[in-house]
Design a binder for this molecule. Structure first.
Ligand code: ADP
Ligand code: F6P
Length: 323
């Protein structure tokens, strides 16, 4: 009989609940005891464990957020905080921990693993900035929410011959912005990975205006040097150059709170089930991620240290498609 624990950490992502449910039910199916940790690493440090049975995870597969709660916990980044977490795990006789979260959370998971505790990670963040998974849990839902907003903004933009700057999340990663830009038919995409010259962007918008477009939509990643607010301020001084009137919308946390899409529920379920399989085989220190269509274990060390690159060919494609 094994005793395992599961926690969600960092920014919540739609599909985290499906992952919790899969860990709990596949763990129970193996005859294990499963515990949830409330509020991520903050709860782990103070030993906030709750037993989870099959019925405790009923009706959550379709819910966004995380029923376990999440946190950004500065204390856990210190050795003292991590030692407290280890003590709490040992006091509860927990034999393995599943960490569902993004790149910060997986750095923490790697630290626990380095300190000798059996850990398996599950790649979950709307930013899709985690090495070891081509797509992370929550991205598909966040992207669909952003697209719905973009489609609506295009309607009103067209009625008024306006240009819209739409800021999407992603922290320092431009993945969400690039994909939302391509799928939303944007005139331009601004991402942190490429330095944007606001003058060149102004010329692009002017050219769209002169080519007879009824609107122009620019998807801006929040982490870009010029975010939506920065670009708005820049352009306000040079309004006449754009042709279009300009408005800015920041989508913010709206992107995070939605009900998970079928894709995210299935991805999360597969990763959750894979996590308990790896634990059953005694294989730890791995991140469950999607690699070439398969749920694959990548060393947490790599996930914690390697940078996931964005496919720059897609940026070029976005430019071509905007013509
Ligand atoms: P995400 O996991 O979504 O990227 P954060 O970057 O906020 O979110 O990380 C979540 C939590 O993981 C942090 O609040 C902290 O407790 C822990 N964490 C983040 N970075 C590190 C790190 N370098 N080392 C150890 N723990 C970390
Ligand atoms: O990491 C997910 C994310 O939503 C980022 O896209 C964003 O920069 C950040 O979290 C926002 O953090 P918070 O919810 O703490 O404001």
């Amino acid at each position: 009989m094994k005793r395992i624990a599961v926690l969600t950490s960092g920014g919540d992502a739609p599909g985290m609940n499906a992952a919790i449910r899969a860990v709990v039910r596949t763990g129970l199916d193996k005859g294990w005891e499963v515990f949830g940790v409330r509020q991520g690493y903050a709860g782990l440090i103070v030993g906030n464990f709750i037993p989870l049975k099959a019925r405790d995870v009923s009706g959550i597969i379709q819910q966004g957020g995380t029923v376990l709660g999440s946190a950004r916990c500065l204390e856990f980044k210190t050795e003292e905080g991590q030692l407290k977490a280890l003590r709490a795990l040992h006091q509860q006789d927990i034999e393995a921990l599943v960490v569902i979260g993004g790149n910060g959370s997986q750095k923490g998971a790697y630290d626990l693993w380095r300190m000798g505790f059996p850990v398996v990670g599950i790649a979950s963040t709307i930013d899709n900035d985690l090495y070891g998974s081509e797509v992370t849990i929550g991205v598909d839902t966040a992207l669909n929410i952003a697209l719905e907003a973009i489609d609506r903004l295009k309607v009103t933009a067209s009625s008024h011959q306006r240009a819209f700057l739409v800021e999407v999340m992603g922290r320092n990663c431009g993945y969400l912005a690039l994909m939302a830009g391509i799928a939303g038919g944007a005139e331009a995409v601004v991402i942190p990975e490429v330095e944007t010259d606001p003058e060149a962007l102004a010329a692009e918008l002017r050219s769209s205006y002169e080519r007879g477009k009824s609107h122009a939509l620019v998807v801006v990643a929040e982490g870009a040097k010029y975010n939506a607010e920065g670009l708005l301020q820049y352009f306000q001084k040079h309004r006449e150059r754009l042709g279009f009137e300009l408005r800015a919308t920041t989508l913010g946390h709206v992107q995070r709170g939605g009900a998970p899409t079928a894709y995210d529920r299935l991805l999360a379920t597969r990763m959750g089930a894979a996590a308990t399989e790896y634990i059953a085989c005694g294989e730890y220190g791995l991140l469950m991620g999607l690699v070439k269509g398969e749920i694959t274990g990548t060393p947490l060390e790599e996930a914690a240290h390697k940078k996931k690159e964005i496919d720059m060919r897609l940026l070029r494609l976005a430019e071509v498609l905007a013509k």
